[in-house]
Design a protein around this ligand. Sequence first.
Ligand SMILES: Nc1ncnc2c1ncn2[C@@H]1O[C@H](COP(=O)(O)OP(=O)(O)O)[C@@H](O)[C@H]1O
Ligand SMILES: Cc1ncc(COP(=O)(O)OP(=O)(O)O)c(N)n1
Length: 266
Amino acid sequence: MKTALTIAGSDSSGGAGIQADLKTFSALGVFGMSVITAITAQNTCGVTAIREMDTDIIKAQIHAVYDDIEVNAVKIGMLSSSAIIKEVAAGIEAYTIPKVVLDTVMISKSGSYLLQKNAVQTLITDLIPKAFVVTPNLHEATALVGFEVVDQPTMQKAAKVIKDMGAECVVIKGGHLEGDACDLLYDGKTMEFFPNKRIQTIHTHGTGCTFSSAIAAGLAKGMDVYNAVAEAKKYVTMAIQHGFPLGKGVGPTNHFFALYEKAGIL
Ligand SMILES: Nc1ncnc2c1ncn2[C@@H]1O[C@H](COP(=O)(O)OP(=O)(O)O)[C@@H](O)[C@H]1O
Ligand SMILES: Cc1ncc(COP(=O)(O)OP(=O)(O)O)c(N)n1
């Protein structure tokens, strides 16, 4: 069985972060493992507290996994601070990890900072050059490139700038576009749009985590980047279609839709 490792923050409500990543890996038939960078007290209405893990325990988790188990792909999510980014970058360096999907998590949909503002530059200098795929949303792409990324032409322009920062491939997520939810993949040669009709729902907690970990699952199974993104797009679309109103706010994506439907749970 292929394996994938998520290096990310914990979401107590289970919709995003480590929890969404592990559910995605399981649903896509990949054995999931985790390195926890931070714990968030979070629910469908927002984030109420954040506790970063000490860098020594982050380092120990990375070494514990890599010293023992072959890792076929890595997804990186919430990193919170420059110190944590540097620790994770050192871990990747130590084990020359090839298939790294870096989801540049900065702010939750509910508006909380999951990456300190002053850490964006460290992300650019220390981690983006080590990534195989970087997956910013429109807001994150704007923070990385320094101009507004709001439509397909500015997505194309931003993808080139982020590629020049040293990433192998760039996927700019269009979940926050006006109109269709259209993502862009740039591999340094071709620009490929992955369009999809916008699903009319408020239950989109964890869409970014789900999408990036589905890309990592595809890469772990040996897909090329184009197929990994295409399959991840299908997966996240289904997971949003089957999202549900958990809690009082923005409900989560649903990872076991086929199973639940068959069992008559949903
Ligand atoms: N309402 C929606 N309908 C269809 N696809 C969506 C919708 N919202 C987000 N997506 C898709 O979910 C994935 C995650 O995108 P996005 O929501 O932009 O990420 P983030 O959670 O990081 O802000 C992308 O593939 C995007 O196109
Ligand atoms: C612990 C943690 N990590 C990442 C996120 C961001 O998740 P994302 O899928 O980008 O979207 P929202 O959950 O913010 O809707 C998070 N919230 N928590």
